[in-house]
Design a protein around this ligand. Sequence first.
Ligand SMILES: [Zn+2]
Length: 135
Amino acid sequence: MTNISFPEPTITAVSKPFWDKVAEKQFYLQQCDDCAQWVFYPRAHCPHCFGSHLTWKEASGQGKLKSWSMVHRTGHPAWQERTPYAVGIVELAEGPSLLTHLLINEQELHYQLPVEISFQSLNERLLPFFQKKGD
Ligand SMILES: [Zn+2]
């Protein structure tokens, strides 16, 4: 297999704190100081009350599986040797949903499956994947 690099996340000034924490194996989300709602993806304004006072806080890294899909043909060749794998939407315990790579066998995937974060290294960068809770 040729050595193809995985595509890197696009890191902006707004999302940089998220990725800086992930690099330390920590999972932080923004919480709105005005309405107390948690926010993901990283933003400059709260999508619930449009306030601009968002504070980065440590999140549980826990959630439940809301939806998923098995990937057999990838959008980028670097992922092809990992197929088949699952991607899914995790409803985080704090409320927001996150699209993520799932480290779960297809036979074990089900709606509301309890999941937890698992930091995985690709291209020497840590990424927030999710696994079955307790694995
Ligand atoms: Zn708000």
